[in-house]
Design a protein around this ligand. Structure first.
Ligand code: PMV
Length: 334
């Protein structure tokens, strides 16, 4: 099935005309503890494995959408009209094409994003999720959160996990049309859990995760071991979350991220998102561990690290990493 048909299937009984003047939606960003790396269907963004994430609370994207009476799409990011040639905007506008009821339907997109864009901090995950949510609000579709997750997945895979707070599993699914490849919240709270964003370079990455992922699948001689590794890591992570076993959560998340980056190094040509500051920070984290702190990291398609720790150790960790942007994903949320 192609993307157009899959989207049409989900929207089959939905209005083609906006019900409201504007539609607004907030989606939190999410960081995978068990990564999505590789697609079995590049058109529908169907993954080769399941993945598991934690949402970043108030960090994310709030998107407001309205129709433009002028024959042009306009995209504002954080109050400024954004260059349509940037990958972020190009991808959003290409995706919007699937939702125009007629070719002359143009949009004004206003997005407030409070994380750096395109730096491996899941700006595309929250960006696509917020866009789909804003479409739903503008047209008054009233879709379920799972349906929104299915739609957003077709914009950016990791966006399927950005509709909930806390832990979210993106189930791999087995159907060819992808209707079972959807985000599912774990509904387990872990109030002491903290995520520290260690921004080492907020510049846009040169190679998109989309391209890097595909190159790894097609050229790494070791990709065949990835799905089994994922199965083991996912089980371990779910068990760690259920039993609030932080050491197991931290260790498994870190190993999972390092395994993904190791795979990328074996792609042809090789892919390396880390820079010297990334490696220095990793060594510092391992030194902290040797000194008895329970501190772990995960890394996505960029040089920045996300540190994982528990609240009681926060003061000690901040001494080593004073610039850490700390998120409490379960604070003041139901
Ligand atoms: O959804 P994409 O195409 O931006 O890919 C996300 C890839 C990673 O962030 C590296 C892993 C993940 O599961 O989020």
């Amino acid at each position: 099935m192609n993307k157009k048909l899959a989207i049409a299937h989900i929207l089959q009984s939905c209005s083609k005309e906006p019900k409201h003047e504007i539609g607004t939606f907030f989606a939190p960003s999410n960081i995978a503890l068990c990564k999505y790396w590789g697609k079995r269907d590049t058109e529908l963004n169907l993954p080769n494995t399941a993945s598991l994430s934690i949402s970043l609370g108030d960090l994310g994207a709030r998107t407001t959408l309205s129709l433009n009476s002028k024959p042009v799409d306009v995209v504002f990011v954080n109050g400024k009209e954004f260059d349509k040639n940037t990958a972020f905007v190009k991808n959003l506008l290409n995706f919007l094409d699937y939702f125009r009821s007629y070719p002359e339907m143009y949009f004004i997109v206003k997005t407030e994003v409070n994380i750096p864009i395109g730096a491996g901090l899941a700006s595309s995950a929250c960006g696509f999720a917020a866009l789909v949510g804003a479409l739903d609000a503008l047209f008054g579709w009233d879709l379920s959160t799972s349906q929104l997750s299915l739609l957003a997945r077709m914009g950016s895979g990791s966006a399927s996990r950005s509709f909930w707070h806390g832990f979210v599993e993106w189930e791999m699914g087995i159907r060819e049309d992808g209707m079972d490849s959807v985000g599912v919240p774990l509904n387990i709270r872990w109030p002491e859990l903290r995520i520290g964003l260690l921004i080492l370079n907020a510049q846009q990455k040169i190679l998109s995760s989309r391209e890097a992922m595909q190159r790894t699948v097609l050229t790494s001689p070791f990709y065949s071991v990835w799905p089994n590794t994922q199965d083991v890591h996912l089980l371990r992570l779910k068990n760690a979350i259920e039993t609030r076993n932080f050491l197991e959560l931290g260790e498994t998340s870190e190993i999972n991220a390092l395994a993904m980056h190791a795979l990328m190094l074996t792609a042809c040509p090789p892919i390396l998102y880390s820079n010297p500051a990334t490696l220095e920070a990793m060594h510092k984290i391992w030194q902290c561990r040797q000194q008895g702190l329970s501190l772990f990291f995960t890394q996505d398609a960029g040089p920045n690290l996300k540190l994982l720790f528990l609240h009681p150790e926060q003061d000690a960790i901040v001494k080593f990493f004073p610039d850490l942007n700390i998120i409490a994903p379960f604070m003041s949320r139901g």
